[in-house]
Every structure is written in structure tokens, then in C-alpha cells.
Design a protein around this ligand. Structure first.
Ligand SMILES: Cc1ncc(COP(=O)(O)O)c(C=O)c1O
Length: 429
């Protein structure tokens, strides 16, 4: 259900956020950009990274960039699946950081953007069906199942992969059906067997890994999961160099459908301090690995749509726009984001449903009070579109949106809006 509650326009965003995006959107529109489009910027990514780095550094860790290895350090991997946008991959690589991939296409994308194999971490299930084709030395690979390990172990040895094992702790479950486990990783007893097998085979086993889910609500959840992983290591008589805790740091400035913040009980400081304490459970630990997607990139983008038609019926106004949930913002099924008119309209507000152009009642970006004077031709800006929007775009009756990219070098178009030829040209004669 969409909320009928009045939306607080800024959703807790700092005051400079909205003018920052409005300025960039005006600039893109001044270049006669067709809507809908996404506009992504590297600057908010850099800000989130700085915050996370400050918390970790204050807790006593050191950043590990490239091959430098101070005592216990932390290393961020870009979660490619969260925001597979070519200029982001390039910008991130220029910072000397590595990338986490979970599919053949993502691995190829990382290679195409210039990542060296030792700066690529391969995760995800069933990769024994596609990874064998790659003859890449020194990849970091976290195994996900006994079958995968059996198939890939000879290659891991031959190519000197830096191996890890993903462990499915009791803190990991399907968030929509918490009584059921997820399909990922080794159960703890299987993980002990896998670690022993890797040790016996004299493979380069260095890492233990978990990824719990997205938007983990509390630091304690991570702490308990790390405790279970330490138990597995003890049972396997294995001392990892790397503890890879996946992603899951919760998003900011975004509300649940019920109107709650995701990060209400999660502090970055206590997260970092907990990691510092938990690191003591691993006597040979050199690095903590983090693979945060949503926390880092949600705030780095907006979706811009244009109002095409306006209706009023049964006490609500309906704005039919050229983009919306079905095409561009599946996240709106679960989340409420700040949505603002690009040009301020001073008039009485009325409950308004913002629809996309597809023939689905489901296609509703928001149901919030908006100025009654909004009219066809006006633009709306949906904030926090920088995570899991591109991977979940559809081509439902329409083509993909254009994409703009902004970084220290300015603003530029990086993907054209999909035209008919591309939309229909996929079919063989
Ligand atoms: C293995 C792994 N690492 C990292 C992430 C990123 O998660 P998040 O965006 O919640 O930080 C995911 C997301 O699915 C994942 O599966």
C-alpha cells in the first residue's frame, strides 16, 4: 500500500542536497534532453565513502588501497550489481579501488573498464557454470557451494585465486519470509568441511565471507554473524586474513512504505567500533572487506520525469508522467523517496498520485500531497535513485531512459534514451 501521509519534502536530506540536484537537472534540461532520464553524480558517492572511512579510521583501522597492507585495514569493493553504470566503474577504479561482481557480464564489464584481475572479487551463486571460461590470475573468489568448490578448486590452484568461503549464518534469511533461509553460501558445518578441503589442497584460502541482506537494521546483527563465522573458523582450524562482511549498511533519507527510516538504529560509529572489537576473534586478520551498495550509491542519483497529462477523480489528482515505477523505479514498491517539482509551485496541496506511462495501475511512483497547480509539461525529480534502479529498469511498452553522469569534470550524457531501432532491433529476422 502506498502511504497517504503527507510526505516531508526533504526526507531528512541536508539543505544543500536539493539545490545541488536542481542545478544539475536544469543544466541537463537546458541541453534539450528528452525525459525520462537518470542523472547520477560521483560527488555523493565520495561523500558517503568519506563518512564510512572516517568512522572506520576513528575506530583504529587503516584504509587499504591497491596493494598496500598496513596491519588491520579495511577495503571497499564496489558492488557492481547495485549501480552498473560505466562511468561509475571508471571513476571508482581511478580511486584505486576494487570491484565485486556476481555474473559473467559483470566480470566482463569490470575487465572492459580496466580492472586488473587482482582488483576483482567474484561472488554469487552457481559461478562454476560461467567462471571456468576465464583464465584470470589472482582473482579473489568467494565460493558459494560444495558443487562450486569441487568444480573450481583445480582452476583456483592453477590460477592462484585468492579463495574465500561464503558462510550462511543464522542471521541471514529471506527478509520477506524470515522463516526461510536464503539460498546463498555454505551452512556452517558445510563451511568447516569446505575450509578443511581448501587447506588440505593447499589452495590460497584467505577469506571468510557473509552478506546478510540489504538494509540491516542494527549493528548487533553484524556482530552476531561475525561471532558465528569465528566459530566456523575455530572448528576448521583456519585463521583468515580477510573478513568480508558484504553489504547491508542501511540507506539514508529513504522511508519504508510504512513511513519509517531504515537507519534509525544503525550508527556508523558503533558499527566501526563493533568491527574493531570483533576483529579480535580472528588472530591473523589483515583486512576487513566491505561491499556496500545501497549505503554508498542511493544518494548519488535522481530520476527526472515530465508530466504528460493530468486527471482529477474521486478526490485525488493523477499526474501521468513519461517515466515512473514500472519503467524506472521498481524500488518504489518498497520505499518512499523524496519527490519534488523541479519548479516550485506555490498553491494549495492536494493528494496526488504520480503515475508512469505504462498500462498498469501498479505504475505509481508516489501518492503524496503536491501543489494543485502542477501541470502538463512540468518536471518532477525523484531523489535517491542511485541504487538498484538501473538493474531493475524495464522496457514495458517504452524504451530505456537516458543517463547523465556528473563528476569533478562536469556533466555529460553517457547513455542515449533508447530509440525504436534498438527497442525492436533485438529480434532476429
Ligand atoms: C554479495 C553481496 N554483496 C554486497 C551487496 C550489496 O548490498 P547492499 O546494497 O545492501 O549494501 C549485495 C546485494 O545484493 C550482495 O549480494
Amino acid at each position: 500500500m502506498l502511504s497517504n501521509k503527507p510526505a516531508k519534502l526533504d526526507f531528512g536530506h541536508p539543505p544543500e542536497t536539493i539545490p545541488f540536484w536542481k542545478r544539475l537537472v536544469h543544466e541537463a534540461l537546458s541541453l534539450s534532453t528528452p525525459t525520462p532520464f537518470y542523472l547520477f553524480s560521483a560527488l555523493p558517492v565520495a561523500e558517503r565513502m568519506a563518512e564510512l572511512d572516517a568512522a572506520l579510521t576513528n575506530a583504529g583501522f587503516q584504509p587499504a588501497i591497491g596493494n598496500r597492507q598496513p596491519k588491520i585495514s579495511f577495503r571497499h569493493w564496489l558492488s557492481c550489481k547495485t549501480q552498473p553504470v560505466a562511468p561509475l566503474l571508471r571513476w571508482w577504479r581511478e580511486q584505486g579501488r576494487g570491484i565485486e561482481v556476481v555474473s559473467e557480464f559483470e566480470l566482463r564489464a569490470a575487465r572492459a573498464e580496466g580492472y586488473a584481475p587482482e582488483n576483482i572479487l567474484v561472488n554469487g551463486p552457481a559461478k562454476h557454470h560461467w567462471l571456468p571460461q576465464f583464465e584470470l590470475h589472482a582473482l579473489a573468489v568467494n565460493f558459494d557451494s560444495p558443487a562450486e568448490l569441487a568444480r573450481l578448486l583445480p582452476q583456483a590452484k592453477k590460477l592462484n585465486w585468492r579463495c574465500g568461503v561464503r558462510i550462511n549464518t543464522s542471521e541471514e534469511f529471506d527478509p520477506e519470509n524470515p522463516q526461510f533461509p536464503t539460498q546463498f553460501g555454505f551452512m556452517p558445518d558445510e563451511a568447516v568441511t569446505a575450509l578443511k578441503k581448501l587447506l588440505r589442497a593447499k589452495a590460497r584460502i584467505e577469506t571468510v565471507h557473509f552478506h546478510l541482506r540489504t538494509n540491516v537494521s542494527s549493528v548487533r546483527v553484524f556482530e552476531r554473524a561475525i561471532g558465528e563465522v569465528a566459530e566456523v573458523c575455530r572448528a576448521a582450524k583456519f585463521s583468515p586474513w580477510h573478513l568480508d562482511i558484504g553489504g547491508g549498511v542501511p540507506v539514508r533519507n529513504v522511508l519504508t512504505r510504512g513511513g519509517k527510516v531504515y537507519d534509525g538504529e544503525f550508527g556508523l560509529r558503533s558499527f566501526a567500533q563493533m568491527l574493531r572489537q570483533s576483529a579480535k576473534l580472528f588472530p591473523s586478520l589483515r583486512e576487513i572487506w566491505l561491499e556496500n551498495g545501497r549505503f554508498i550509491s542511493t544518494g548519488s542519483g535522481v530520476l527526472v520525469v515530465k508530466i504528460l497529462d493530468v486527471k482529477a477523480r474521486r478526490g485525488v489528482r493523477q499526474l501521468i508522467c513519461d517515466g515512473g515505477r514500472t519503467l524506472n523505479a521498481l524500488m518504489s514498491v518498497w520505499e518512499q523517496h523524496a519527490l519534488l517539482p523541479l519548479t516550485e509551485r506555490r498553491s494549495e496541496e492536494m493528494l496526488t498520485i504520480v503515475h508512469g506511462p505504462t498500462c498498469m495501475a501498479f505504475d505509481q511512483l508516489a501518492r503524496i500531497p503536491l501543489p494543485r497547480s502542477l501541470k502538463a509539461g512540468d518536471h518532477l525529480v525523484w531523489l535517491d535513485a542511485g541504487a538498484y534502479h538501473i538493474p531493475w529498469e524495464t522496457r514495458f511498452s517504452h524504451g530505456h531512459a537516458a543517463v547523465w553522469w556528473h563528476d569533478e569534470r562536469g556533466l555529460r550524457l553517457v547513455r542515449e534514451r533508447q530509440g525504436f531501432r534498438d527497442f525492436w532491433g533485438q529480434w532476429l529476422p
